[in-house]
Design a protein around this ligand. Structure first.
Ligand code: NAD
Ligand code: IPM
Ligand code: MN
Length: 368
């Protein structure tokens, strides 16, 4: 199989973990006789420095023409006081919007060897397997007006959704639930927000189309609490853009580190963008110690969702599992025993595990 993949390394640890994903994908290509052709483009702070724009036109065109896009992370102190249109984050939001990637799938499934890496009690997190589906191109992130008024003393952001935007994300959530345990939790703030009341109405309408799925509504504050006190309660969670952003970082605690979480940003058909959930981690950038697993697992999601390469995706997920079982971990995973390792060393171990066919078939995280 021949595929064109756009790489957007971005800022901070972005380029470091992108190297890991590239090396892993090259190994998969060799092992399975695929040809992955990488095209690297600028986004975020890197693009501001080079092109004075967080999302150059050329980057958008390249992504539109690609079979899939892999993104590292954007952002950093250097650009934090820039005006809104020259912030790295504008590039990330811009590419999601330009490609129409309205659904962000964030699977949260811990690896057995990391059960004790979480500050949460093992018996609470054991067996948890959650898919957060975050609406990605609407809500407070994109509503207008969003501005300061009256000499900067008044401020407004706008939470705006059109019916069809909610319908398509809710449909996606029901479809995902059908492939999993058929339980859907819709998270909103319907006791306060009109947008949430419309969201709830649409969920209830769609529920009759998917009668096999058990649906519940949960207010976002209660959901935040339940996510870490009773994570086993959840299967698929669907929620609007900002709530999904916050809840997914919180849920990463179940896995031991934010550095473990992959994600897929997709639309109904066509190109998908795959990115870890974490940011550019400026506090550790340049040190070669970033956790590459979230990025590597995002590459696996790309193989599965964009290219239909299920076996190859599973092989990566097994190699990650094997690497963790062998004790390799970065410093963000607070493990007492084990082999504290650099990004490069971990990547080499994953590659070694991918090429020696000794990987056990037993346990594996597949991110559906
Ligand atoms: P962050 O996710 O970058 O970091 C939060 C904490 O987690 C830090 O202590 C960091 O060192 C740690 N961490 C995150 N990923 C890690 C990894 N792979 N390995 C080891 N440790 C890891 O969030 P932040 O510090 O709030 O934001 C930093 C910058 O990143 C900001 O500019 C923000 O806007 C941006 N950001 C970008 C994305 C993205 O590009 N998708 C996502 C979130 C934040
Ligand atoms: C994420 C990030 C982004 C978001 C930021 C960097 C704009 O936090 O992907 O979770 O809020 O969507
Ligand atoms: Mn976030």
């Amino acid at each position: 199989m021949k595929k064109h993949i756009v790489l957007l390394p971005g800022d901070g640890i972005g380029p470091e973990i992108m190297e890991s994903a590239k090396a892993v994908l090259n190994t998969v290509a060799n092992e399975h006789n695929h040809e992955f052709i990488f095209h690297e483009h600028a986004i975020g702070g890197d693009a501001i420095d080079r092109y004075n724009h967080p999302l150059p036109e050329e980057t958008i065109h390249a992504c539109e023409a690609a079979d899939a896009v892999l993104l590292g992370a954007v952002g950093g102190k250097k650009w934090d006081s820039n005006p809104g249109h020259l912030r790295p984050e504008k590039g990330l939001l811009g590419i999601r919007k330009a490609l129409g990637l309205f659904a962000n799938l964030r699977p949260i499934k811990g690896f057995n060897s990391l059960l004790h890496a979480s500050p949460l009690k093992e018996d609470i997190i054991t067996g948890s397997d959650i898919l957060i589906i975050r609406e990605l191109t609407g809500g407070l992130y994109f509503g207008t007006p969003s501005e300061r008024r009256e000499n900067g003393n008044v401020v407004v952001d706008t939470l705006y959704y059109e019916r069809h935007e909610i319908e398509r994300i809710i449909d996606k959530a029901f479809q995902s639930a059908m492939q999993r345990k058929k339980q859907l939790t819709s998270v909103d703030k319907a006791n306060v927000l009109e947008s949430s009341r419309m969201w709830r109405e649409i969920v209830d309408e769609k529920a009759s189309v998917y009668p096999e799925v058990k649906v519940e509504h949960l207010l976002v504050d209660a959901a935040a609490m339940k996510l870490i006190t009773q994570p086993n309660h959840f299967d698929v969670i669907v929620t609007e853009n900002l709530f999904g952003d916050i809840l997914s970082d919180e849920a990463s605690v179940l896995t031991g580190s934010l550095g473990m979480l992959p994600s897929a940003s997709v639309r109904t058909d066509g190109v998908g963008l795959y990115e870890p959930v974490h940011g550019s981690a400026p506090d550790i950038a340049g040190k070669g110690i970033a956790n590459p697993f979230g990025m590597i697992l995002s590459a696996a999601m790309m193989l599965r969702h964009s290219f239909g390469l299920e076996q190859e995706a599973v092989e990566i997920e097994r190699a990650v599992n094997e690497t963790l079982e062998q004790g390799y971990h970065t410093a963000d995973l607070q493990l007492k025993d084990g082999k504290l390792a650099s990004t490069k060393k971990i990547t080499d171990a994953v590659i070694e595990n991918l090429t020696t066919k000794s990987i056990s078939n037993s346990i594996c995280n597949t991110y559906v």
